[in-house]
Design a protein around this ligand. Structure first.
Ligand SMILES: [Zn+2]
Length: 839
């Protein structure tokens, strides 16, 4: 049990201090604020679904005004969002958004927790969300967060009573919070967790309501608020020179990849929380009513509290070091406290205060930003005491070494001590990479087996150092992670976390290569050295029937960080086939197969992420008719690029360019996903599109959501969009009209074409349509009715109108052969007498 606590707390101290800039050193005001916080033993857990859902005004108020230990539990890492600042999407976006949350918490004073839930994208209803997430696992993780953090108060961001009216992830976060509140104290629930922690009953559960929940400020003014508490979240902090809402704006402005940078606000402002569950409220407007949040809360605490309250009441801003004797008294008394939970938290806080009061400068900086296992790195330690306290450096202890290195050197006032050590990174050291990306993930869940890692925002650093000190007769250990300190002439002094990386990594530029015929293609592989003097070879793993030459290529890279590019020629088989190609780099007898992704933005610490380096190769057996495709971009997809990969000429048509003359040139017109939800112009341009069909054109409309359609005539005949979707990508597909041209010409579509689909079958299928439409396919998720609206075709005049909710936009980038073949048939509708398009 001790080890876990140590691990979690170590982690907290590291995240507090590890930044893109110099690790934080507290000034007098900050020391004073830390002492105020040290004297509060109350805690608040705020729960929502995504990075940027959290109300930083309230988190900052709880942390900075009430001085409570405050955390934000974001069920997901926001992998499904869009990235406004760079190319990272999905898992890599989740890494950025995790760091943005940590950056926000460094400003508002909160801590950060997660569950294993994967942000799979938009979800209309909590039922659907909880189906795609593993509800039991996410609930387990919320219970785990409550048992570990032990909040007195939980505040939900979202209303559990509003299912279907907001993102399904949002309502789910509230529902899971309610359920977890009821079972976290039940030892029969998720009892395996109790090997590592204890059951816990939070005192109260609230919902962070607002006027917008009621439609308007006016409506909100009218309602009975007797079950609500309210706070002035515009309160001013003289020690910060800022109002609470200013702090909150700075914190939420860290969500830069979501475009959340915003102006700060000031002045009085009310925030409301609605009581949902737990101990009834009294008339005090106190979120902690009935909970003793003083040191008297814990046995043996009053002795500590007496000393520390005295320090707070008479704090010496000019010379905080004058409090060292009292702080050390409190530290020793704290070690006798029985409550392990508070003892661990308060010990950590108190050590940071003692360190700051003594003006201690403790740092360990590596002579390189990274190193690979089994290589040596030089560490430089700086130890400086900027007070008149008697301090001795007894020893220091590297995390890679079993025994401490004994020193027993006095640290005289303001005399810098420097030490250096060469350290061998152990052969089995873990690479610095997000732990939740190490397992095989599903659409809904990250796979993390180690219970002690679940919930942590980051992988605990492998390399750190314990400085074992004696301060005025009291032994005290202060732990520091290894950092890399460097400077740039145009930026000044900079810090980076120290990284353990593989000896070598590799990269192929594209994740999918489509071969629409049997012509060979050259692909480039980039090999990057993680250490000096790489001498080895690279070979490619590839599927049966395929060929890649040469078999092996020698790799020689002299300098760490340099790269070597090699070209391999890929020869596809004659028939349809797909598989994975993977560079395997062999150095010193060991194979390396990962890509090392670097994420470097100014507002978050530098990150490295190891991802499997593999690309899909697809040899299509595909026939096509028609050549020139007009594409009207909707919410954004890579369908145009994918169609170009298989040899079509694709022109993007701007909505304002839609005209009879313009459309006439195309063999088919394809509407991008959700085009009718977002393009206002379609209200006026739809008639040109339908006339184009009537005159013999071929129009393919991809999915739109059922609400907010810009035209009342999306199709030439009646059609009703619904929220029907089939989320199981392996759901059985039944061919309703096996003889229909669209399923036979020019490619014969069979059950095989529905194998290997990813993420889902499709979404927002029409649920009703007029008799002119022919449904071609039927499918459904387990336990649901058969859905026949995924692919509808109608003859209109001389042309064809096709509506499809099938997720071609997801299948193409994943290189799904059947999706390409079926789409080629849709594009070929009405072109039976055309000659085949030359490959
Ligand atoms: Zn959200």
């Amino acid at each position: 049990m001790f080890r876990i606590r140590h691990c979690l707390l170590l982690f907290i101290s590291i995240t507090t201090f590890l930044q893109a800039q110099q690790p934080k050193k507290l000034n007098s005001s900050e020391i004073y604020e830390s002492i105020q916080k040290l004297n509060v033993l109350g805690s608040v857990l705020y729960i929502a679904a995504h990075p940027d859902d959290e109300n930083t005004r309230l988190i900052s108020y709880m942390s900075n005004h009430l001085k409570a230990r405050t955390a934000y539990l974001s069920l997901t890492r926001g992998d499904g969002g869009q990235n406004l600042i760079g190319p990272e999407i999905r898992e890599l976006l989740g890494v950025i958004r995790t760091q943005e949350l940590l950056a926000a918490r460094r400003i508002d004073g909160g801590e950060q927790r997660f569950t294993r839930a994967n942000d799979f994208g938009y979800s209309k209803h909590p039922d659907e969300t909880l189906d795609i997430w593993n509800k039991d696992e996410v609930l387990s993780d919320v219970v785990w967060a409550i048992r570990e953090f032990k909040p007195d108060v939980i505040i939900n961001r979202f209303d559990h009573r509003r299912g279907g009216q907001t993102h399904g992830h949002h309502t789910s976060s509230a529902l899971l919070s309610l359920e977890a509140f009821d079972i976290a104290n039940d030892t029969s629930k998720y009892s395996a967790q109790l090997e590592h922690t204890e059951p816990w009953q939070p005192t109260r559960l609230f919902y962070n309501t607002s006027w917008w929940r009621y439609g308007s400020q006016e409506e909100f003014n009218k309602i009975d608020k007797s079950n609500m508490l309210n706070f002035d979240i515009g309160v001013y902090y003289p020690t910060k020179g800022m109002s609470n809402n200013e702090v909150a704006s700075l914190a939420s402005s860290q969500h830069l990849c979501q475009g959340f940078g915003r102006l700060s606000t000031r002045g009085t402002q009310q925030e409301y929380i609605e009581f949902l569950k737990g101990e009834p409220l009294d008339d005090s407007n106190d979120v902690f009513a009935g909970v003793d949040t003083s040191w008297n809360r814990i046995e043996g605490g009053s002795v500590v509290g007496n000393v520390l309250n005295e320090v707070e009441a008479n704090f010496n801003f000019v010379n905080p070091a004058s409090h060292l004797p009292q702080l050390l008294d409190a530290y020793r008394a704290l070690q006798n406290v029985k409550n392990e939970h508070w003892k661990a938290i308060k010990t950590q806080e108190l050590k940071q205060i003692i360190e700051a009061c003594a003006g201690l400068y403790l740092e360990v900086s590596a002579d390189a930003p990274s190193a690979s296992p089994n290589s040596t790195v030089g560490l430089n330690m700086e130890v400086l005491n900027r007070s008149d306290a008697n301090i001795t450096l007894v020893s220091y202890n590297l995390s890679t070494l079993k025994n401490a290195i004994s020193k027993n050197i006095p640290v005289p006032e303001n005399q810098r001590l420097n030490f250096s050590e060469g350290v061998l990174i152990p052969k089995d050291a873990n690479y610095t990479t997000p732990y939740w990306l190490n397992g095989k993930n599903t659409l809904g869940m990250y796979n993390v087996k180690d219970q002690q890692l679940i919930g942590l925002p980051e992988t605990p650093r492998a390399l750190f150092i314990d400085f074992n000190l004696n301060i005025e007769g009291t032994p005290l250990t202060i732990t520091k992670p290894v950092v890399y300190r460097y400077s740039k002439p145009d930026k000044g002094e900079l810090y980076r976390p120290f990284e353990v990386i593989p000896a070598v990594s590799s990269r192929i530029t594209d994740k999918v290569f489509i071969f629409e015929n049997d012509k060979q293609k050259d692909i480039e592989v980039t090999i990057k050295a993680g250490k000096d003097n790489i001498d080895g070879f690279v070979q490619m793993a590839y599927p049966e029937n395929w060929n890649i030459y040469p078999q092996k290529q020698r790799i020689q890279i002299a300098k760490k960080g340099d790269v070597q590019n090699v070209i391999f020629t890929v020869i596809p088989p004659n028939q349809q086939s797909e598989g994975i190609i993977k560079p395997m780099v062999n150095v010193d007898g060991e194979f390396y197969t990962n890509e090392l992704v670097e994420i470097d933005y100014a507002h978050i610490p530098y990150q490295t992420v190891l991802m499997p380096n593999e690309s899909k190769v697809v040899r299509l057996d595909i026939n096509k008719r028609g050549e020139n495709i007009g594409y009207i971009v909707g919410a954004g997809d890579v369908v145009p690029e994918s169609l170009r990969q298989i040899g079509y000429n694709v022109s993007i048509i701007q909505p304002e360019q839609i005209s009879a003359d313009n459309l006439r040139n195309f063999d088919a017109i394809v509407m991008g996903i959700r085009a009718y939800n977002i393009l206002d112009e379609l209200k006026f341009k739809q008639k040109f599109l339908l006339d184009y069909v009537k005159d013999g054109g071929n129009m393919i409309v991809q999915y739109n959501t059922s609400r907010g359609i810009k035209t009342n005539k999306i199709a030439p005949y009646d059609i009703k969009l619904s929220r029907d979707r089939v989320t199981d990508e392996n759901a059985d597909v039944r061919i309703l009209k096996p003889d229909h041209t669209l399923l036979n010409y020019p490619n014969k579509i069979t059950a095989q074409d529905f194998e290997g689909w990813v993420q889902e079958r499709g979404l927002y299928f029409p649920s009703e349509w007029s008799e002119e439409f022919t449904p071609l396919l039927a499918m459904n998720d387990k336990g649901e009715n058969s859905k026949e609206g995924s692919l509808l075709v109608a003859k209109y005049g001389d042309g064809y109108y096709i509506y499809t909710g099938l997720s071609f936009f997801r299948e193409f980038p994943a290189g799904v052969s059947g999706a390409y073949r079926l789409f080629a048939n849709l594009l070929s509708a009405g072109k039976e007498d055309l000659k085949p398009l030359k490959n």
